[in-house]
Design a protein around this ligand. Sequence first.
Ligand SMILES: [Fe+2]
Length: 312
Amino acid sequence: MKIIGPDYLVFGVSDLKASAEYLTAFGLTPVDVDEAGGLFEALDGTGVIIRAKDHPDLPPPLPTATMLRQQVLGVVEASDIDAIAEELGKDRKVYRLADGSIETVDDLGFALKFQVTKRRKLEMPAEKINAPGAPAQRKANEIGVWEDMPARPRSLSHHVLFVPDMEKMIDFYTKRLGFVITDVLTGAGPFLRPKANDDHHTHFFIRAPDYMQGLEHLAFHMGGPTELMVAGSRFVRAGYESFWGPGRHKFGSNWFWYFNSPLGTHFEYDADMDKHDDEWVAREAPMGPEASQILHFQYREKWAPGPGPGGK
Ligand SMILES: [Fe+2]
């Protein structure tokens, strides 16, 4: 059961036009998008699909305010779909689509789809840094940042769900789908990665009351902290509202910057997340600002030092 992680998150939105503008300004590319919505993709083909909330192709909504309608998880090969269909078919309906993908629900009613991943292999350099004592990553005359440098989301990284029954949710994802818990914030919930992904997390669950069940945020990987700061600054200057960040998380070590959105959830740029394998022993810390982040800054308008009064 080689699950890689989210290929797409699917939304039924109340304002298609505002959502489409938002996703484009965030740096995603519209693909086959028309007045009925469509896919907005990152550089590797993962992304966000939007439809009007009453679109007949969408799975039914949860009985909460969330606009999330389906999580599409990518797997390595067709035999993984068969294994998932067999496992989940033991106690729920699993629908096979013409393209071989399957649709079902998890134990809390979140709609899931599994498909052979649509991710394209990326061949791009990581952000390069120079540091005393280490060989220069950027050679002589190679500059590190410029005004119109590319800073686009590379890949759908992770999403965070508000979960009213944590025990059920953890059991389903670990025992039925083989996810691994990498760390736990006590009082909130666990970070998880699927077996075929070495990122610190593709999922994080937060304990919440029934009426909050839904999506808290989703995140896209950037090429490094500079790209994250450049993309976030451009997004602020385009008029979008910073919600939290920029900063750096403790668990996962990823840089973060969160924004409000018209999709009823927060969107995050992230960069430089830890990788793990099966040797890793999960840490645990009480949820709170100290455990959640190691650094936190706030965006300020650009400024430059000038001469004091009376200078000649
Ligand atoms: Fe996040």
